[in-house]
Design a protein around this ligand. Structure first.
Ligand SMILES: [Zn+2]
Length: 510
């Protein structure tokens, strides 16, 4: 029996390591193998945040899906060298900092910190390298000089520098847009502009009075957004690298421009593989502040939604599918995470008879194979998740029927580890995350945005609740039912449920 168990556990481990990821490649328009070209580490770049405000759930869907990619690759034994930029100078940052009456170097740190706190809350792993744009200006200047030397960049009268689109005939190969209407020499200098027209774009913006700028060999000014990513990607990953990822809204013109600048300068393919995460609708509509359906992560935490449920929901829809975020689906996600955790605790608790139930062993092996195959197939998280729930259902039924054996649990825990290596929801850190969000709201004078029940619930520490529960038990013993009921109702009003069971009294936060 023991030998059979270990055979399957070993097979589970080996099977996942044999998997090569097949990932849709926007550049080739097909699903391609993704593996490190140098056989050592997968070199990847993912566009990071522009730190002018708190991140919204659409931003985080992209970071979470890239996290799924990272975690899956690591599970299959692939080493990763992942670079992410922080855009800490751009039009919006300059505008907001000016409105606040402070320099951008004082404006951005708060949002950089908030971004990393939010990634931690959502259990998104940190990239190996994080590059802040303002710390790499000389690299960007050098790249612009290189382009100027080959006449792919030119300076205008005000001192700004532009990329000459006509210098790069392959422009449009990523987004496959019909750009036949390109006007030669037409220019654009803002970081955000209409999505369907191609123009010579700004590489370097000449200093305007009162704006942050750098004195450089190409003049005083600041970098355009696109050149940042090209310069920093090539600085850390080389002229050519394995994968570039980002939200689908960046495909054009940002990524197209990154390719044009980089490939014009080096003559080599910039990124071989491009991954784009589709954007998100909220309650069936495009998320926007004017529609009233715009949510940052912090907004949701203050409403009492759990970080784990948000993570699970945002990754459960595969990255290439448009996702419709609804509060109903968030509730479902909360319940799903709860079910997984209850199951996991049940398995950890053990107490099952020795031996192995071969039927459940077969179910476990199938769940494991289906799970890894689904992720290997273009990161199909929906099918991967379904495979795990098949296992949960079968194992719970067997446990209820008394036919689950200790040997099965060993195999099941192995599969749950594979699952959690990517989905990362089994460990319950939700209360701490929510408490931190409340502390932030308090400090920012925004506690009125928080759900009052949540504030009351988290004002009570676990020890406070334990003491009240003990007092209630004592009250019941002395037949003081009025006091016992009062404690129960008071806790209920604060979102804490007391459950009397044959093993004693338990409580949980709603
Ligand atoms: Zn970028």
């Amino acid at each position: 029996m023991k030998a059979a168990t270990h055979r399957i556990v070993g097979e589970i481990e080996q099977a996942v390591r044999r998997m090569t990821l097949r990932l849709f490649n926007t550049l080739t328009g097909q699903v391609d193998d993704l593996a490190p070209a140098d056989g050592e580490a997968l070199r990847m770049y993912a566009c990071g945040p522009t730190v002018y405000d708190y991140g919204h759930i659409g931003n985080f869907r992209t970071f979470l899906q890239v996290d799924v990619l990272r975690r899956y690759l690591k599970l299959t034994g692939v080493n990763i060298r992942h670079v992410m930029n922080i855009t800490d100078v751009d039009d919006k940052i300059i505008r907001n900092a000016a409105a606040a009456g402070i320099p951008i170097s004082e404006y951005t740190p708060k949002f950089v910190n908030a971004f990393f706190e939010d990634l931690n809350s959502l259990r998104v792993e940190r990239p190996e390298i994080i590059a802040r744009a303002t710390e790499h200006i000389p690299r960007m200047v050098a790249l612009i000089q290189r382009l100027a030397a080959m006449d792919a960049a030119y300076q205008t009268e005000d001192g700004s520098w532009y990329f000459r689109l006509s210098a790069y005939p392959e422009y449009g190969k990523l987004s496959k847009k019909d750009l036949s209407g390109i006007e030669d020499g037409a220019r654009v200098d803002v970081d955000e502009y209409e999505k369907d027209s191609a123009r010579d774009f700004a590489l370097w913006k000449a200093a305007k009075p009162g704006e942050t700028s750098w004195e450089t060999p190409i003049g005083r000014g600041r970098p355009g957004w696109h050149i940042e990513c090209s310069a920093m990607a090539m600085e850390f990953l080389g002229d050519s690298f394995d994968l570039h990822a980002g939200g689908e809204d960046l495909m054009f013109p940002h990524h197209e421009n990154e390719i044009a600048q980089s490939e014009s300068a080096t003559g080599h393919t910039f990124a071989r593989h491009w991954m784009h995460v589709r954007f998100l609708l909220v309650e069936g509509r495009k998320m926007s502040k004017s529609e009233g359906n715009f949510y940052t992560l912090r907004d949701l935490l203050l409403k009492g939604h759990r970080a784990s449920a948000i993570r699970f929901l945002l990754i459960s829809v595969p990255y290439r599918n448009q996702m419709n975020f609804t509060f109903e689906s968030l509730t479902e996600s909360t319940n799903a995470v709860e079910r997984l955790r209850t199951f996991y605790q049940r398995m950890l608790k053990g107490g099952f008879a020795e031996g192995l139930n071969p039927e459940i062993s077969t179910v476990t092996a199938k769940a494991s194979a289906d799970y890894t195959a689904a992720l290997a197939n273009d990161l199909n998280t929906a099918e991967a998740r379904a495979a795990i729930f098949d296992l949960v259902r079968a194992a719970n039924s067997a446990a209820d029927a008394g036919t689950l054996r200790a040997g099965n649990v060993e195999e099941i825990l192995k599969v749950m580890a594979l699952f959690d290596g990517v989905f990362a929801v089994l460990e319950d850190n939700d209360a701490a995350v929510t408490r931190a969000a409340l502390a932030w709201a308090e400090a920012e004078g925004r506690i009125n945005e928080a759900d009052p029940t949540l504030v009351a619930t988290l004002a009570l520490s676990d020890a406070d609740i334990d003491a009240l529960v003990a007092e209630r038990t004592q009250a019941k013993k002395t037949r003081n039912f009025a006091r016992a009921d009062a404690i129960r109702n008071d806790l209920l009003a604060k979102g804490i449920l007391i459950e009397d069971s044959k093993d004693g009294v338990r409580w949980k936060r709603k």
